[in-house]
Design a protein around this ligand. Sequence first.
Ligand SMILES: [Zn+2]
Length: 397
Amino acid sequence: MSIETAVTEIRGKLVTTGESVLIELEGGRIAKISPSSHQEPDNDELWIAPGLIDLQINGYAGYDVNLSDSSMEERIETIRLMVDKVLASGVTSFCPTIITAGYEQINDTLTALRLACERYTVVDETIVGIHMEGPYLSDQDGPRGAHPKEHIRDPEWTEFTNWQHASGGRIRVVTIAPERSGALAMIRELAREGILVCIGHTAATHEEIAAAVDAGARMSTHLGNAAHLQLPRHPNYIWSQLSEDRLSASIIADGHHLHPSVVKVIARVKHDRLVLVSDAVHLAGMKAGIYKTHVGGEVELLPSGRLQMAANPLMLAGAAVSLSECVQCFMRFTGAELSEAVRMATLKPAQLLGEQQIGAIEAGYWADLILLAWDKREGSISIRSVIKRGKQVHNIQ
Ligand SMILES: [Zn+2]
């Protein structure tokens, strides 16, 4: 249930240190953190973590960022309703993600996001930026993933600036295939504007990846996915991005997009330069069952969160779990502590965006917090309460 009550203080154990604390909130921010003298049975005490930050969400709970054939009002309402559901999942900041489409369609989606932000404060506060994943990607089958080939194209600065204008300057993450004509110049411009440039949906050579990083690319988008079914043993674009120490990587650790062994290897190689993203599509957070989609025909969502084509169960039809579930999978696959897994979904994305008011629990930061129960033996976490800028937006007793 969505409720909005102001919270003045919360108690619990800090995910970062395990210390029991009292956090006082004021004006939507963290005012003071002090050791808690409150005596509660240890098992009942909840953990306090920063609200999760997801750099890549295409949709959630039935609501789709990239709507087509819809009026502007429908798009705006869809974004508002989606933001409520995303908040309830424990994600207090996220980047709605634009997929490859024609110029007008992308323009309309960006306009809807801007208008939703201008109309609703909570939407504006929760959408920390927009991730433009397409259309400047590889058009090869495999690397392009589900991005429609007919709309994939070379980067064009004027086109991008028009879109940035439509969004009200909210595009803060751009994924690009560096092998496309004009990509390096585009990467340099984007980096100069302070935009997080990511390499992704790419078939680039080792040299092209190095050149992209020289030009200012700082992250790999969902490393290990959107790739050919077969690759040369070496070099290839996965090794090249893994070995590039200047590149952070985002991964979809949902248990379906990457084998647990791959998640573990990427975690060991990238250490602190790793970010968890959900890449959730609109069916994420829905009940298991068969659904009709406007692009891919019938898809089946399994209770495990695997979303597959109904006619071809071997083919994934997108990611369908929330970021908190990715945090759990990451702990299971890598042996990471809760503090480390949470950092990959809070502080790390905040740092990559250059955000200094979210992603950590410190005096002066926004009071974007989640309270969670952690069953260490089961490796499961459940979110009990979500606080966005000092207001409780979700609560489960
Ligand atoms: Zn993608």
